[in-house]
Unconditional design. Structure first.
Length: 146
């Protein structure tokens, strides 16, 4: 048995808020956790689902999602890039590359009338709902609601 580091054995994030900056921080938290060998599941539901979609012309959904200060995700993200802060795409890419589990809530898709085909095709989504997410969590893990 590995020594107890005081860290959770898994991080399960419920990404509920549709505010760009909150979703960006959820991705940053997930990337940091998985980079330090903590398995991560990101469960996108309700307004946060828009951040992991693409428009018909291929524009990432997060571009038009508002941040808490009212600016669009694209504007906030451009400022992050200028200041050397990881961008939304860099964080999604890191999470995918490092093996984070991405789930999208079936109930959230129905509630927001979003077709599964609108989800990003470069992110391997696990199908499921709350039961799937809760079964994926671990007793020695931590759960955050963002």
């Amino acid at each position: 048995m590995p020594p107890d580091t005081g860290r959770p054995g898994k991080l399960s994030l419920i990404v509920y808020s549709g505010a760009f900056d909150k979703v960006h921080y959820a991705l940053a938290t997930a990337a940091a956790a998985i980079a330090t060998n903590t398995p991560v599941t990101l469960f996108f539901t309700m307004d946060a689902i828009a951040c992991v979609t693409r428009t018909v012309d291929g524009v990432p959904g997060w571009h038009t999602v508002a941040a808490e200060d009212g600016r669009t995700g694209a504007v906030v993200d451009a400022g992050f890039a200028e200041r050397g802060v990881a961008t939304f795409e860099e964080l999604v890419g890191a999470c995918v590359e490092l093996g984070a589990t991405f789930m999208v809530c079936d109930m959230g898709l129905r509630a927001k009338d979003i077709d599964r085909a609108a989800l990003r095709d470069d992110v391997p989504f696990v199908e499921g709902g709350l039961v799937t997410f809760l079964n994926d969590a671990r007793a020695d893990g931590a759960m955050l609601f963002i």
